[in-house]
Design a protein around this ligand. Sequence first.
Ligand code: MG
Length: 409
Amino acid sequence: MNWAVLVAGGRGTRMALPENKAFVPLRGEPMLALSLRALLDSGAFSGVTVVAAPGECPRAEALIAGCSRADVRILAVEGGADRQASVWNGLCTLPPEAEVVAVHDAARPLVTTAIIEACLASAREFGSGVAAVPLKDTVKQVDAGGAVLRTPPRAGLRAVQTPQAFRVRLLREAHEAALRTGLRATDDAALVEALCGAPVRLVEGDSENIKVTTPEDVDVAEALLTRRNTGASIPVQPFRIGQGYDVHRLVEGRALILCGVRVPHGRGLLGHSDADVAAHALCDAVLGAAGLGDIGRHFPDTDPAYAGADSLLLLAEAVRKAAAAGYAVSNADITIVAQQPKLQAYIPQMADNLARVLGAARPSVNVKATTTEGLGFEGCEMGISAQAVALLVRGSCGRTMCAPTRTTP
Ligand code: MG
């Protein structure tokens, strides 16, 4: 029986992300889901153990539920302090029938069935099978000052990837020995090498089986996925534009909140959240530009968590999701359509609020208000509508965003 341990505990430090990179979407789907599906689609495994970062098991389980297959057991377990500890936690979940285990990084979502099969076949025959590729660059060994010490012949060097497959008994023994001796290594092959001296077998990996570690890797991975899914090769888009539109009904007994500003008025907008129609339109523009669907998908109005929610917090979350996809807001333009009240006096504060949440320069955020000269539902003061456009630019995903604050004039 073959089992896979899918390691998804890495922080997004090299991507300058506030979250685990396993949840960074590629073409709208989290990397962890893509990697898990690649393992499942190979048809090679009776079970997969997903090792989530400490505290992230519920999030991983929710994602696993969307990928589940009737014929494959999928478990989730919490990882440890480093990758080695996480793999060990995963190994501890293997059933006694598991003979071969393939350890794979969730950050390699482009793994193919051919690589998986080659690793497993080698592990079955020789005890180990580790995906690796020849180096394209010449490697230099350097001292602490950066001076070259030597140039190892490139022909004898390989860059190792995952999957790394082993007979379960061998990998367990290697991890147990490392626990005893205190050996820490960045891959499982190194532990097996240290254990027995028996050569670890390499199998042919693939240069497309990249480890997605930096924002540039996200670009490459998305381009490769696009080519695989559509056969087309499209360049990474430096700009993305999105549009949003929303309407809320005006009712008695509610506060009127627009772009986070509490506007004095006899009536307010009805909604599950604070019904900030302008923030909602902008939220949709940002999500739309990033190709991430709409506000209803991310913040459903059936979810009690969003009852009375400050919509600027929802907007901040949409901006964070766009950042995780590799895009920052360049500029935004919002039009609020209301017959009453007059909004002109509040517009500077509205723009300040949005700029802070978007992490955009203040002049890049424009808020306008207009009436419909008494026509339509806005003109009859039955409701207020808002339209927004947002332009996203590639990069700057580590940008620091201030916490939104609602202001009352
Ligand atoms: Mg709305």
